[in-house]
Every structure is written in structure tokens, then in C-alpha cells.
Design a protein around this ligand. Structure first.
Ligand code: MN
Length: 233
């Protein structure tokens, strides 16, 4: 058997402390997982605290990663590209209908990520009830730093999650403010699809999202997980 054209290379992430790489399968993202960001996006506060999490996806080959300054191409068809700093959960094993108590066992490690968003396209999609894909899943829309295995990072549940643009603070939140924690997210998502080794989950962004332009240097970090730098080119 041969392919009619060469198969695409496996998308992968660098891992701290080893030359081995993490092969990526799918990229899931959680929407509105921090109340302050939900409010800034105009979502109505729920009297009883939290709504069930909702998910969208990016193609695996939308991922750009690296250890140094990551070059990210400014995408077409937008005048309002936004940064969203997020903690990424990387799964080393899978399962369906995973119990919250067992969910951490699936986690291989954590990374700092950027969920880049064409906010103007996403906004029009929301108005019309259209899918978010072209607002969220464009080329190079998923930025990721070096993956920290659980053996190094543990399971970060609190600590700063922050982002600066050209040295100016834009986002500064705390993981403790996540409405749905990593284990909750895995348990919930696994009722909808069978999770597999290699899946990444972007766990949502705190308040302070905003526009970026060509030439901007983004720095971002999550306490205990690391930092990343990205240049918009
Ligand atoms: Mn996001």
C-alpha cells in the first residue's frame, strides 16, 4: 500500500527534560472558563455560579510551538486578532466517561498556550449562529510552549497566568479562578467524545484579552508550568 501523496508529518510538542516529543492528536478548547473573561465578552452571569463547560476545536496542524521565540504569522481576513493566554492540558492516555477522581491519571503534562482568535470573524459567527471554526481554527492559531511533564510540574491548581504585549501587562489572572478545573474538564469532555493519548485541551483564558498587530512580542506564563514568547510576523 502506498499513499497518493506523502502523508503530513505528525504534529508534536517539545517536552522539558527530554529530546522525545509529544505527538498531538486533537486540540480541544474550553470557552468562558474564567468569570472575569466571560463578563468582558458580554456573557450573562449565572446566579448559581457556573454553566456547563462548552468546547470548540482547532485542527492539530494549527499548532505552532518551540522553545525560543515562536514566529506566528498574522492571519488573513481579520483586523482584530486577539491574544488569549491559557494553560494547556496534554493527555498521555484516554478514556470515555472518565470519573473526576480518575481524570488526573490521564494527564501527561501541562504547557503555556495562546488561543489566538480572529475576534471580528468570531463575533459575526456568534451574531448569525454560525460555527466559530474560522474565528478560532485558522493556521497557526494554537501556540504552545514546552510541555512540562507531571513529574516536573505536578498538577498546577493555583498560581498566576499572565500575558504581556511588548512588555505591557494585558492579562493577569490565577488558575484558582478556573470555573472548571482540569479534572472537571476531562470528565465532562469524555462524556461527549472518547479522549485519546495526544489530545490537548486549552483550558480557557482570564480577562484582559485584546488586539495584537504585526511586530508585537507576546510573553506569557503560568506559574509552575513555564513561559513562552511569540512574535507576530
Ligand atoms: Mn480561549
Amino acid at each position: 500500500m502506498s499513499f497518493v501523496f506523502p502523508p503530513h508529518p505528525v504534529v508534536s510538542l517539545p517536552i522539558a527534560g527530554t529530546a522525545d516529543r509529544f505527538p498531538v492528536r486533537r486540540i480541544f478548547c474550553v470557552g468562558r472558563n474564567y468569570a472575569d473573561h466571560a463578563r468582558e465578552m458580554g456573557a450573562v452571569d449565572q446566579a448559581d455560579g457556573r454553566e456547563p463547560p462548552f468546547f470548540f476545536m482547532k485542527p492539530a496542524d494549527a499548532l505552532v510551538s518551540g522553545e525560543g521565540e515562536i514566529a506566528v504569522a498574522y492571519p488573513p481576513l481579520t483586523d482584530n486578532l486577539h491574544h488569549e493566554v491559557e494553560m494547556i492540558v496534554a493527555l498521555g492516555s484516554g478514556g470515555a466517561n472518565v470519573a473526576v477522581d480518575a481524570a488526573k491519571d490521564l494527564i501527561f503534562g501541562y504547557a503555556v498556550g495562546l488561543d489566538l482568535t480572529r475576534r471580528d470573524i468570531q463575533g459575526k459567527a456568534k451574531e448569525k449562529g454560525h460555527p466559530w471554526d474560522m474565528g478560532k481554527g485558522f493556521d497557526q492559531s494554537a501556540v504552545a510552549g514546552v510541555l512540562q511533564p507531571v513529574a516536573l510540574a505536578g498538577h498546577p491548581a493555583k498560581g498566576r497566568i499572565w500575558l504581556t504585549v511588548n512588555g505591557q501587562p494585558r492579562q493577569d489572572g490565577d488558575l484558582a479562578a478556573m470555573m472548571w478545573k482540569a479534572a472537571d474538564i476531562i470528565a465532562n469532555l469524555s462524556t461527549s467524545v472518547r479522549l485519546e493519548a495526544g489530545d490537548l485541551i486549552y483550558t480557557g483564558t482570564p480577562a484582559g484579552v485584546g488586539p495584537i498587530v504585526r511586530g508585537d512580542l507576546l510573553a506569557a506564563g503560568v506559574d509552575g508550568v513555564g513561559t513562552l514568547k511569540a512574535r507576530i510576523v
